[in-house]
Design a protein around this ligand. Structure first.
Ligand SMILES: Cc1cc2nc3c(=O)[nH]c(=O)nc-3n(C[C@H](O)[C@H](O)[C@H](O)COP(=O)(O)OP(=O)(O)OC[C@H]3O[C@@H](n4cnc5c(N)ncnc54)[C@H](O)[C@@H]3O)c2cc1C
Ligand SMILES: *[C@@H]1O[C@H](CO)[C@@H](O)[C@H](O)[C@H]1NC(C)=O
Ligand SMILES: *[C@@H]1O[C@H](CO)[C@@H](O)[C@H](O)[C@H]1NC(C)=O
Ligand SMILES: *[C@@H]1O[C@H](CO)[C@@H](O)[C@H](O)[C@H]1NC(C)=O
Ligand SMILES: *[C@@H]1O[C@H](CO)[C@@H](O)[C@H](O)[C@H]1NC(C)=O
Ligand SMILES: *[C@@H]1O[C@H](CO)[C@@H](O)[C@H](O)[C@H]1NC(C)=O
Length: 540
């Protein structure tokens, strides 16, 4: 009885703080304790809640984690200092995320367990993070210092519908598992291009696939989401159910709930077979590569089976500027004529061949090793060949000041957001990204760098900031401005949601006010790109 009184007092306090909110989804008198009872968890019978009055985040998280351990298998609630804990944090892609130490790691096995964890976080005010594939680069994106890191790895079903039109996929999967599981049925889904990437992060942030010129981005091929909301209810978001939430989830990131099932359009891919690989060329071919990139980008509607990624890079050990043209074709057809210009450019290595989608994602995974310091940055501009060449030049100019950094592997990766991709964004009432089909096609820049020594962090981050600032300023002067910043490539210093445009930002905020009026996903899950601003408001 004493314990439930404390809890009741907390619940009242929160209600008072947000009296101005007007949500029908979560009423102002929403009672977290009762919501937990509704999920079969009677917290008034649990020990330690009395100490909640102290309200320090350490005691809050010790209570929350102890409660999770009482409720669920202890192997699914991992404490600091154990071997399982170290193995878990070591498995993040970047060192920056590995270096974050959660109070405990929780591995829910169902949407209900996710719901209970969110409600316990609300009850105790212990903050949390959610992890799918763990490939977001910066610290705290999917791991949380001193809080509960919820790893979705055990929510990993893959279920193809009997008519093979859709596949229901848990966020605990990597794309490799998804592709290899679906391959025998002769179908696949619109997902990531590197095997180890998670379904959860890629799909909630957008998601560019080898097949996006035909079908659009991953987020635009989600038929429905099963999502655990801030009030702990498990709802479906689709074109017909909670359609505002459905809109928000197609690019709104982790701001609206934790997705426990993505039902995705399935597409035919007999035998899993396609064509693709990488061609590496030297600096004397750079201008020809820009020409080929531009032409494949603008000609994409003539053959949307073709896809491309062009990266300019610096090979430190050889002190050589190089470029890698990664080319793909959505059918097992070699050397499609749309690639003639590319294929006439001399290459010092070439891995293109007919192969499975899964195999191609493994080749890309091999060139993205984990365990290094990492940064990703993004910018978008209207596609213009001269500007694209200047982006390359600015990248190499800014590289001069950091090219001696230990273990540096820097790249400026260019893609075209094609007419086909933009057409996909108009499906199902459109998404919140704010990209207008009539203003495209666009150039998408992703600067990405790996290095080894933390002492180089600041100058490397600052060089990336300068590349973004200078290429955006040049775009402004050439009338090529586009505010969109791709969430899945953005750095912690970039304001992704503002880049969607003020109308989309306001609409996302009002949808969040309905489904999450207390701002649980803004404050108790503080990591990643929030509706009101970037994770690190001051630059590097
Ligand atoms: C090597 C490499 C290759 C890449 N290739 C591609 C590519 O081909 N196409 C592309 O578009 N992008 C690509 N990306 C970018 C990639 O989409 C993002 O890094 C993405 O965030 C990774 O997803 P994840 O699940 O692995 O990451 P995580 O770090 O686990 O998650 C990223 C964010 O998403 C949130 N999140 C995860 N799951 C859920 C969920 N179920 N519900 C709500 N929120 C959730 C997390 O809380 C976190 O904030 C690549 C990145 C890398 C490093
Ligand atoms: C919340 O629910 C619990 C359990 O039903 C109850 O004991 C408590 O009084 C409720 N609190 C408020 C503020 O209504
Ligand atoms: C919850 O537990 C308390 C204390 O153990 C008990 O008094 C109460 O009846 C329980 N409530 C429910 C709904 O089971
Ligand atoms: C495709 O082109 C490459 C050279 O770029 C050549 O080696 C290969 O034989 C060609 N394949 C087919 C099937 O034409
Ligand atoms: C991707 O590469 C890493 C090594 O950096 C490896 O540990 C991991 O198993 C690979 N993932 C897949 C799905 O092949
Ligand atoms: C690109 O630059 C060249 C010469 O620098 C100029 O002639 C041409 O008009 C420019 N094209 C565009 C589209 O800006």
């Amino acid at each position: 009885m004493l314990f439930s009184l404390h809890v009741a007092a907390l619940g009242l306090g929160f209600a008072a703080c947000i009296a101005a909110q007007d949500s029908t989804f979560e009423p102002p008198d929403f009672n977290v304790t009762q919501a937990l009872i509704d999920q079969g968890v009677n917290v008034s019978g649990l020990p330690e809640l009395g100490s909640l009055t102290k309200r320090s985040s350490i005691s809050a998280c010790s209570i929350a984690c102890d409660t999770l351990r009482l409720l669920f298998r202890s192997s699914n609630v991992i404490a600091q200092g154990s071997q399982a804990y170290n193995a878990f944090t070591d498995a993040y892609w970047s060192i920056q995320q590995e270096s974050v130490d959660p109070y405990c790691i929780f591995k829910p096995t169902s949407a209900t367990q996710v719901s209970i964890a969110i409600l316990l976080s609300r009850l105790t005010q212990c903050p949390f993070a959610a992890k799918s594939g763990g490939h977001a680069a910066f610290a705290g994106a999917s791991n949380i210092q001193g809080g509960i890191t919820m790893s979705l790895e055990k929510i990993n079903a893959i279920q193809l519908s009997p008519d093979k039109k859709t596949a229901a996929i848990g966020p605990g999967n990597t794309w490799f598992t998804v592709y290899t599981t679906l391959q025998p049925a002769g179908v696949t889904v619109i997902g990531g291009r590197v095997s180890a990437i998670g379904v959860g992060g890629l799909t909630t942030g957008g998601g560019i696939s080898f097949f996006s010129n035909i079908y659009g981005w991953a987020c635009d091929n989600v038929v429905s989401y099963e999502v655990v909301t801030a009030r702990g209810t498990i709802v479906t978001a689709s074109a017909t159910q909670n359609s505002d939430l459905y809109f928000a989830l197609r690019g709104g990131g982790n701001n609206f709930g934790i997705v426990t099932k993505f039902t995705l359009n399935a597409i035919p891919l007999p035998g899993g077979l396609m064509w693709g690989g990488g061609r590496v060329s030297t600096e004397d071919q750079f201008d020809a590569l820009i020409d080929a990139f531009y032409n494949v980008g603008v000609n994409s509607p003539q053959d949307p089976n073709a896809a491309q990624i062009l990266s300019f890079a610096y090979a430190q050990s050889a002190d050589l500027n190089i470029a890698a043209a990664d080319l793909q074709y959505a059918k097992p057809v070699a050397n499609a004529s749309i690639f003639d210009e590319y294929l006439s450019i001399p290459a010092i290595s070439d891995t293109t061949k007919v192969r499975t989608l899964a195999d191609l994602t493994q080749e890309f995974n091999a060139s993205n090793p984990d365990g290094l310091r990492e940064t990703y940055w993004a910018a978008t501009y209207k596609l213009n060949k001269n500007h694209t060449a200047s982006v390359r030049d600015i990248f190499f100019e800014e590289l001069d000041s950091i090219k001696d950094a230990a273990g540096l592997v820097p790249a400026a990766t260019l893609q075209v957001i094609t007419e086909g991709q933009l057409a996909g964004m108009t499906k199902n009432g459109g998404n919140p990204l704010g990209l207008s089909a009539s203003a495209g096609p666009f150039l998408l820049l992703n600067t990405n760098m790996m290095w080894t020594d933390a002492a180089d962090d600041t100058r490397i981050l600052q060089a990336n900031q300068r590349i973004i600032d200078r290429t955006v300023a040049l775009a402004q002067s050439m009338g090529l401005c586009e505010d969109y910043i791709y969430m899945n490539y953005a750095s912690q210093f970039q304001d992704v949601i503002a880049g969607y445009g003020s109308a989309n930002q306001a609409r996302l905020q009002s949808i969040a006010a309905e489904y999450d009026p207390r701002g649980v996903f803004q404050t108790l899950q503080p990591g990643y790109f929030k509706l009101a601003g970037p994770p690190s408001p001051t630059g590097p």
